[in-house]
Design a protein around this ligand. Structure first.
Ligand code: ADP
Ligand code: ZN
Length: 292
């Protein structure tokens, strides 16, 4: 029997992950490197055509950005001012929708991951939580009052400013736009540059982890106080260091100082599949005609 399937496309700056299915139990995925826009998008379209054919009901895309999420705008669904020059002003959602002839859901990669965790992972039933990735960059997807946060552009949680004590941490930060914003101080490449060795090789007792936990706890403190989120799911390569979780919880409790209850801090349940599963969920929402 021809049952409907959905497509999920996690469009990352280094790789694309495509999946078809209806959820975590029947997911069929492929991944390939992100090269030029036309060939990379064509490869994704080929996968959906070949694997799903007429059973494809809709596709969801969680994309690197910045992206345009304003329905009604002439450039809705575009990747806009990305530092990846070849991808500037690329009509990603439009190309996929035109080629496949199905509804397309579109959001940021981290909002997609947040949605995936809400549907199938560690944020089921929650109305207020944040999904954060700490990897090559730092990005956050906010889910507030039961909806994904968008705002004028979309949140850029990695680029908030946090206190930086140059006397204890002279590293100037590595964000090309801001130097020592959160991402500039605490992403994986910032750790590599500050300690002059890969974050993967720093032993669990190294002072690097206490400093990393402090920066992440400062950021979580600020989001806890502005978004009133109940839970923070922390994923990405750097969070593969399990000792970070307790260090962050301790520092967060110290910073909040009993003023409000500290939100929970835990890993995502879907691991590296959060983004592509969330993209699939965006496709399901598009099919049902809902705004993400
Ligand atoms: P991306 O952000 O590109 O999607 P990742 O989330 O895997 O990819 O993040 C890559 C970053 O995470 C790199 O800076 C890398 O050094 C760091 N990283 C990956 N694995 C680990 C690990 N086990 N411990 C510490 N840092 C890691
Ligand atoms: Zn920045």
């Amino acid at each position: 029997m021809d049952s409907k399937v959905f497509g999920g496309l996690e469009a990352g700056g280094t790789k694309f992950v495509c999946a078809i299915g209806t959820g975590p139990d029947d997911l069929e995925t492929i991944q390939f490197p992100t090269t030029g826009p036309s060939e990379t998008i064509a490869e994704a379209i080929r996968f959906f055509r070949e694997k799903a054919g007429p059973r494809l009901a809709a596709v969801g895309i969680g994309s690197f950005g910045p992206v345009n999420l304003h329905r009604g705008s002439l450039t809705y669904g575009f990747i806009t001012s990305t530092p990846k020059l070849a991808w500037q002003n690329t009509d990603l959602a439009g190309a996929v929708g035109r080629e496949l002839g199905v509804p397309v859901g579109f959001d940021t990669d981290v909002n997609a991951a947040a949605l995936g965790e809400r549907r199938w992972g560690a944020a089921r039933e929650l109305t207020d939580f944040v999904y954060l990735t700490v990897g090559t960059g730092i990005g956050g997807g906010g889910f507030v009052n039961g909806h994904l946060l968008h705002g004028t552009l979309h949140p850029e949680m990695g680029h908030i400013r946090i206190p930086h004590d140059l006397s204890t941490d002279p590293f100037p930060g590595c964000c090309p736009f801001h130097g020592d914003c959160l991402e500039g101080l605490a992403c994986g490449p910032a750790m590599d540059a500050r300690w002059t060795k890969s974050a993967r090789e720093l032993p669990p007792g190294h002072p690097a982890w206490e400093l990393e936990a402090r920066y992440l706890a400062l950021a979580i403190n600020n989001w806890a106080c502005t978004l009133s989120a109940e839970r923070f799911l922390l994923g990405g390569g750097v969070m593969q260091q399990p000792q970070l979780f307790d260090l962050i919880r301790q520092e967060l409790a110290r910073l909040l100082n009993g003023y409000i209850a500290a939100p929970e801090v835990m890993p995502p349940a879907l691991g590296s599949r959060a983004g592509v599963l969330g993209s699939l969920a965006l496709g399901q929402q598009a099919y049902e005609g809902l705004r993400s």
